[in-house]
Design a protein. Structure first.
Ligand code: ADP
Ligand code: MN
Ligand code: MN
Ligand code: MN
Ligand code: MN
Length: 339
């Protein structure tokens, strides 16, 4: 028997975006525990905006298990929050709102800033570093400093060792800004792994005394780029049948549901989706082939392939909840009839 450290991880009840929470329990198992071996657990919902003080217990229901590469005998247990009955999803549990669809594939591109003492990592104490230009995919101390890449590489290894399906990393347009991409098959897989990857990044950064800044426009109304979380998506029908008529009906549905999408695409998105800096204005839906200034970018390959493949919704921002984003995308897709 081995004593495993089970880190139960969940999302709290803060709005408009939840925070990650976690606590550890030790349990003995003969071998690395599978999902079925992990019990429900509880927590004090009155401390996480998930319950009133008088009757405050909420239930943690394990939904995904990962080895914890940074902890001896460590297990990362991603949970959904349930009501005290253990079966009804708590209102804050947005994962439970995602339509089941094994044929749905998502790829999220998470952009973020490293922050040190309230400023982007590598910024001088006052004023600004040299303007944007050399930082995107840059190399060298002047461009990326000495710490950022070390964290990015460590984070990548932690994620790969945990079994998270990273597809790549890159330095971004602003100094101190980086990106990683996660892809998953199934309507919840990429979103689950995005939350786990965020958890591992934030925990890793503690030891460097560095914060992860997810705000979509942390430098406000300046020429410094904001951060997005582009949502690349496809369904079995889009990949295998598609067609121009279906594509146009789908885009009409996205247009019609603009407000529902923007509501879950991350806070303060009007600051980022201004129509400048490779963005479309937040309040007007558009799509375009290979157009990085449209709400939805249609890859060249999609059109060449008789309107089959995946699409990129460029509007979700870096602070968005991938559960709510995936949920809304699939809801809109479900409104469009297929033959
Ligand atoms: P860019 O920065 O040019 O927009 P990236 O390479 O950073 O592109 O991200 C593209 C994302 O699209 C990746 O996460 C990838 O996994 C995802 N993707 C590729 N094919 C599909 C598909 N068929 N369905 C859903 N997502 C996809
Ligand atoms: Mn206690
Ligand atoms: Mn990208
Ligand atoms: Mn990017
Ligand atoms: Mn993109």
């Amino acid at each position: 028997m081995t004593k495993y450290k089970l880190e139960y991880i969940w999302l709290d009840g803060y709005t408009p975006v939840p925070n990650l929470r976690g606590k550890t329990q030790i349990k003995e198992f003969d071998s690395f525990p599978t999902l079925e071996m992990l019990p429900l657990w509880g927590f004090d919902g009155s401390s996480t905006k998930q319950a009133e003080g008088s009757s405050s217990d909420c239930v943690l229901k394990p939904v995904r298990v990962f080895p914890d590469p940074a902890r001896k005998n460590g297990v990362l247990v991603l949970c959904e929050v349930m009501m005290p009955d253990g079966t009804t999803p708590h209102p804050s549990n947005k994962r439970a709102t995602i339509l089941d669809d094994e044929g749905a594939w998502f790829g999220f591109e998470q952009e973020y800033f490293f922050y040190k003492n309230g400023r982007p990592l590598g910024f001088p104490e006052s004023g600004y570093p040299a303007p944007q230009g050399p930082y995107y995919t840059g190399v060298g101390y002047a461009n990326v400093g000495s710490v950022a890449r070390r964290i990015v590489e460590e984070h990548l290894d932690l994620c790969l060792d945990a079994g998270i399906n990273h597809e790549g990393i890159n330095a971004e347009v602003a100094k101190g800004q980086w990106e990683f991409q996660i892809f998953g098959k199934g309507s919840r897989k990429a979103a689950d792994e995005m939350w786990m990857a965020r958890y591992l990044l934030q925990r890793l950064c503690e030891t460097y005394e560095i914060d992860v800044e997810y705000h979509c426009k942390p430098l406000g109304d300046t020429d410094w780029n904001g951060s997005g979380m582009h949502c690349n998506f496809s369904t079995a029908y889009l990949r295998e049948v598609g067609g121009k008529a279906y594509f146009e009906a789908l885009m009409a549905a996205f247009d019609r549901n603009l407000e529902d999408h923007i509501a879950v695409y991350g806070p303060d998105n009007h600051m980022r989706l201004t129509g400048k800096h490779e963005t479309a204005p937040w309040n007007k839906f558009s799509y375009g082939v290979a157009d990085r200034g449209a709400s939805v970018r249609v890859p060249h390959s999609f059109v060449k392939n008789d309107y089959k493949g995946y699409l990129e919704d460029r509007r979700p921002n870096s602070m968005g909840d991938p559960y709510q984003i995936a949920s809304q995308v699939l809801k809109t897709i479900s409104e469009v009839p297929t033959e």
